[in-house]
Design a protein around this ligand. Structure first.
Ligand code: NAD
Ligand code: DAU
Length: 380
């Protein structure tokens, strides 16, 4: 196990957990950020959501159908390994919802959808979203995240779609030394093919505002967690492995810091940007909860009543960003949004969801997942 920052080494073994001072605060929230009160129920707002069968996209689709009487949703999703229509069972029969199976890189399909559906707003989630996969296989990441975003932007321009919201990530700012945190003007410094593809697509989206005066907004969120999270990412992987008493692979020294944002808070933040954000602007969306990975895993083990000896250090991720940190002051100041879920409550609810849904976990962990697990963790 490595002892110095930046020298993770290749050795594996048990995890030694130091005392960790961490920041994890909540804001006092005075306003319901997702309340639909300002909408006229007789006027429809049509959302074209891309990637709505994934973790965050499906939460967004469920949330807008639940909170906005005026909403209609068309969901365009390729159903890659990460797309799962089971995530949408609760709203599948809603007459305001329609699913379209397709690839955002398919320019004719995308043009046809913009022409025929004439959405009021495009909310673009679809992406290859996993950093480790982007390291093993960068091709699909560039295709979907960059070329796919271009396909959507250009079709939206051709058919004069009034609003385009691009969902992005705090990873575009790269690793940030404490105590600094990124605001929206912070320089971009990407480490992985995933973060580079997201940074490129952010700039492309903003160029459509500058050049074509399209009403584009971009949001950059921190690490999401919550129900329906594919178990290749830290929190759902650790919960599902721990429930089966399997080893919990900690990359390097486990002291990398991420800011944790409950998925429904993220979706409320996106709604706030769509409702009140200014065209051509970027908005950070953070959880105000910065924790080192080992602390997150330790809390999961505590909730599940499992021993910390399940944690095992494995070889670090290449190019692993040490610390993400961002401020959401702009979004909070302009819209009144703030994260509402405390991390301990959100984590407890998430663990409970995984305990109550073993069939969902078993189904998504079969097939393709097994191959990825083998590639990513074997000989590590
Ligand atoms: P996810 O991997 O769970 O879901 C991605 C969805 O996109 C899947 O339903 C998949 O089938 C679909 N998709 C992939 N390629 C497609 C294509 N070519 N055409 C159509 N659909 C395609 O991802 P997520 O974690 O829900 O992330 C959603 C968005 O939010 C991404 O843009 C990601 O960069 C961003 N984001 C994620 C996080 C996070 O912590 N997960 C944080 C900040 C930003
Ligand atoms: O910051 C926002 C980003 O958060 C999003 O843009 C990405 O789509 C999303 O996948 C997430 O990226 P991360 O790389 O931060 O998430 P991941 O869950 O893969 O890893 C979180 C941290 O946990 C990271 O420091 C790597 C570490 N890790 C991850 C896995 C899967 C481990 O130590 N062991 C693991 O097995």
């Amino acid at each position: 196990m490595a002892t110095d920052e930046g020298d993770e080494g290749d050795k594996t073994g048990p995890v030694l957990i130091p005392f960790i001072p961490f920041i994890c605060g909540q804001f006092l929230v005075t306003e319901q950020p997702c309340a639909a009160s300002r909408y006229d129920e007789n006027v429809t707002m049509k959302f074209l959501v891309t990637g709505g069968a994934g973790f965050i996209g499906s939460a967004f689709v469920r949330q807008i159908l639940a909170t906005r009487a005026d909403a209609e949703v068309v969901n365009l999703d390729k159903l890659t390994y990460a797309g799962n229509l089971e995530n949408l069972t609760s709203i599948a029969a809603d007459s305001r919802y329609r699913f379209v199976h397709g690839d955002i890189c398919d320019r004719e399909l995308v043009r046809g959808l913009m022409r025929d559906e004439r959405p009021d707003v495009v909310v673009h989630f679809a992406a290859e979203s996993h950093v480790d996969r982007s390291i093993h296989s960068p091709g699909p990441v560039i295709d979907t995240n960059f070329v796919g975003t271009f396909s959507l932007l250009d079709a939206a321009r051709e058919f004069s779609i009034p609003r385009f919201h691009h969902v992005s990530t705090d990873e575009v700012y790269g690793s940030i030394d404490a105590p600094h945190e990124a605001d929206e003007n912070f320089p971009l410094k990407t480490a992985s093919p995933y973060s580079a593809s997201k940074a490129g697509s952010d700039l492309l989206a903003l160029s459509y505002f500058t050049t074509y005066k399209m009403a584009v907004t971009v949001s950059r969120a921190s690490n999401n967690y919550g129900p329906f999270h594919f178990p290749e990412k830290l929190i759902p992987l650790m919960i599902s492995n721990a429930m089966e008493d399997k080893p919990l692979p900690i990359y390097g020294d486990g002291m990398q810091i991420r800011d944790w944002l409950y998925v429904d808070d993220h979706c409320c933040g996106i709604q706030a940007v769509i409702d009140k954000g200014r065209a051509g602007e970027i908005y950070n969306i953070g959880g105000n909860c910065s924790l080192p990975n080992v602390e997150v895993v330790r809390r999961i083990l505590k909730i599940l009543g499992k021993p910390e000896s399940l944690m095992k250090t494995v070889t670090d991720r290449p190019g692993h960003d040490r610390r993400y940190a961002l401020t959401s002051a702009k979004l909070m100041g302009e819209t009144g949004w703030a994260p509402r879920m405390t991390f301990d409550q959100g984590l407890a609810e998430t663990v409970e969801w995984y305990k109550r849904n073993p069939e969902w976990v078993a189904r998504v962990r079969s097939g393709e997942y097994r191959k990825f697990y083998e590639t990513n963790y074997a000989n590590r």
